[in-house]
Design a protein around this ligand. Structure first.
Ligand SMILES: Nc1ncnc2c1ncn2[C@@H]1O[C@H](COP(=O)(O)OP(=O)(O)OP(=O)(O)O)[C@@H](O)[C@H]1O
Ligand SMILES: [Mg+2]
Length: 609
């Protein structure tokens, strides 16, 4: 029972905890997701601005150089080369984003070339390089006016090297004269720098990347221009398959193709990807997507920490609830167990069993009620036992009455004959010891017979009058022979009952003789007569020999006596019992061995009470 209760309490606690934790988690997750959206927008806005600034910076630098008069002069007359080289060296030294600076003639041949702050055209043995076939030069040749164009963002490829160098972006402006191109200014910028400025996130927080969406050149569509993992970059040049669609999936690719901004879950909902768009070429078909990948584990780390804390709290709470449930149930169920055990005992008839235990509140009230119930049940059963015993006595007495009538009738004649014969023989031969003994025994038999006759007498049939009990008792006391050492005291009120006076006298006499016999040779006999409610009560107490339980059970039985045959017949109290019962009264006895006895007779509805 206690285990079951403990289990139910634990399950309840677990459910409550799970529910509250679930709600808490759902709410926290929603808050964090909102926070992610905010953080992503913030990050991307900063990234977008950084890239835009970078492009603007490239434009400014390129235009700044373009407007230098030495350049036009050089293209016009071939003069001012030194000044331009100095200018280029200065730019290269002070603007770290610049990789190379070139002045290219109208045929696409490099005339001045500073690369990574080295003046290649100034070196001995420099052979002019024709770059007219370079991809980034093609659009420049087609320009109609002096405007800046940016090349594709890609890895550089030095003519003297077989491998690719870091990524770069080229700005090209043609010098025009009368609609003709006189030459070009080509400035290479380190593309790597763009990526470096946007990728400012901490490693565990996530990273940013730039991808190109290019509907003009399918080979460049979906390539990575910058990525923390360098092996992902420039799939077109490096000939691998690391493109947006293969790395981040169709959904991301689709979102990149159709939206300017967005926030979505990737990697099975673990991480978040936010993106925005920038158009460096002023051409909607060629766009850059700046994206930030936010690490879900990092973002939800506080929630994960919380989750572990909750698991610990839940485990501790469960453990505590089980313990509490056990303690509680032990405290609560032990008293119930005690009550149950006691009820079983009472049910089996053991009404002497004591319901003991430490009860509180309602249980205490319940225990008290059960105790009361058991005690009144015991009382009731004892009453029933007593009634049954009395019934048995009455039954025995009535059978005896029938028997007595027959015996009395049969024995009266021979006994009278014996007595007459004794009288005649005494007259004839004089008194002798033997004759006296025969007469005494015969007279005793006659006494027994007359007592038996009285036993069978139906008192209800006798005349009843209003009897003054006090007077009846006083008359009997007057004639009672009592030894000097026996004190007979009486406290008598005037109490009247409707009864047969002769029979009531027999009751009083029998009880008094018994009391006097019991105190012999010395002691006290107290007689009390009083009213309780409407009942008359006669109480005869003595300080005599008293009786044990066994004796008390038998005293109303006919012929039960503890006296010697010459002193008692054992019929006294059985006659008393019969008379009292027939007068509608009750008789009870209380006694303690060697301490004394109280016989109490009650008659209902006394006219004086
Ligand atoms: N007051 C008493 N104190 C002690 N024992 C008593 C008392 N009254 C009665 N008894 C016991 O009850 C027995 C039965 O009493 P009961 O009056 O019926 O018969 P008895 O006195 O022995 O003989 P009988 O009355 O016929 O002369 C007595 O023998 C005695 O043992
Ligand atoms: Mg007697």
């Amino acid at each position: 029972m206690s285990r079951k209760l403990a289990m139910w309490i634990s399950v309840l606690v677990a459910l409550v905890l799970l529910l509250s934790t679930g709600i808490y988690f759902a709410q926290s997750r929603a808050v964090i997701e909102r926070e992610i959206g905010r953080r992503a927008t913030e990050l991307l806005e900063a990234d977008r601005k950084t890239v835009a600034d970078f492009l603007y910076h490239m434009q400014s630098v390129t235009f700044g150089l373009f407007h230098n008069p030495y350049l036009t002069m050089y293209l016009d007359s071939g003069e001012g080369k030194d000044e331009i080289e100095n200018l280029f060296m200065n730019y290269c030294a002070n603007i770290p984003e610049i990789q190379a600076l070139r002045v290219v003639d109208s045929d696409g041949v490099i005339r001045i070339f500073i690369r990574e702050c080295v003046n290649l055209t100034g070196e001995e043995g420099y052979e002019p390089i024709d770059i007219s076939d370079k991809e980034f030069m093609q659009p420049a040749f087609e320009l109609e006016e002096e405007s800046i164009i940016f090349s594709n963002f890609e890895r550089g490829h030095l003519p003297d090297a077989t491998s690719f160098c870091p990524s770069m972006l080229r700005a090209v402006i043609p010098f025009m004269e009368n609609g003709e191109k006189r030459g070009f200014l080509v400035v290479n910028f380190w593309g790597e720098r763009i990526g470096a400025v946007i990728d400012k996130m901490r490693k565990e927080e996530g990273f940013s990347f730039i991808a190109e969406m290019n509907r003009k050149e399918p080979m460049r569509h979906g390539i990575f221009l910058f990525h923390r993992d360098k092996t992902y970059e420039f799939a077109n040049q490096m000939e691998h398959n690391k493109r947006v669609i293969s790395v981040y999936g169709e959904d991301v690719m689709h979102a990149f193709e159709n939206n300017r901004n967005g926030l979505m879950k990737i990697n099975n909902g673990k991480d978040y990807l936010a993106f925005t768009t920038i158009s460096p070429y002023n051409d909607v078909r060629r766009q850059w997507k700046i994206a930030a990948v936010l690490n879900g584990d990092f973002i939800f780390r506080s929630l994960s920490g919380l989750k572990y804390n909750f698991i610990i709290v839940m485990a501790v709470s469960l453990f505590m609830s089980v313990i509490t449930a056990f303690i509680f149930s032990a405290r609560f169920l032990k008293p119930i167990g005690d009550i149950k055990y006691s009820l079983q005992q009472y049910g089996e008839g053991n009404l002497d069993h004591e319901l003991e235990g430490d009860f509180t509140d309602e249980l205490n009230d319940m225990a008290d009620s059960i105790r009361e119930m058991a005690s009144s049940l015991k009382h009731h059963i004892e009453g029933m036992k007593e009634s049954r015993r009395k019934m048995e006595i009455v039954d025995r007495l009535s059978s005896l009455s029938v028997l007595s009538a027959g015996i009395s009738h049969e024995l009266a004649t021979p006994l009278n004959s014996i007595l007459v014969a004794c009288t005649l023989m005494e007259k004839e031969y004089g008194k002798s010891e033997e004759l006296t003994a025969v007469r005494a025994q015969a007279e005793r038999c006659v006494d027994i017979l007359s007592a038996m006759k009285r036993l069978m007498t139906d008192s209800s049939a006798q005349d009843k009058t209003n009897v003054n009990l006090r007077e009846t008792i006083e008359n009997i006391m007057r004639f009672l022979e009592v030894d000097a050492k026996i004190s007979l005291k009486a406290e008598l009120n005037d109490v009247y009952i409707t009864a047969n006076e002769t029979l009531i006298s027999q009751v009083v006499l029998n009880i008094l003789i018994n009391a006097v016999d019991a105190v012999y040779p010395e002691g006290e006999v107290n007689i009390k007569l009083f009213c309780i409610d409407s009942s008359a009560v006669l109480e005869v107490s003595d300080t005599g020999r008293g009786m044990d339980e066994k004796e008390m059970e038998n005293i109303f039985d006919p012929f039960f006596t503890t006296k010697s045959p010459d002193k008692g017949t054992g019929l006294g109290l059985s006659i008393v019992h019969r008379i009292v019962t027939e007068h509608g009264g009750r008789i009870s006895v209380e006694s303690e061995k060697e301490r004394g006895t109280t016989i109490r007779v009650e008659f209902d509805e006394s006219s004086s009470c």
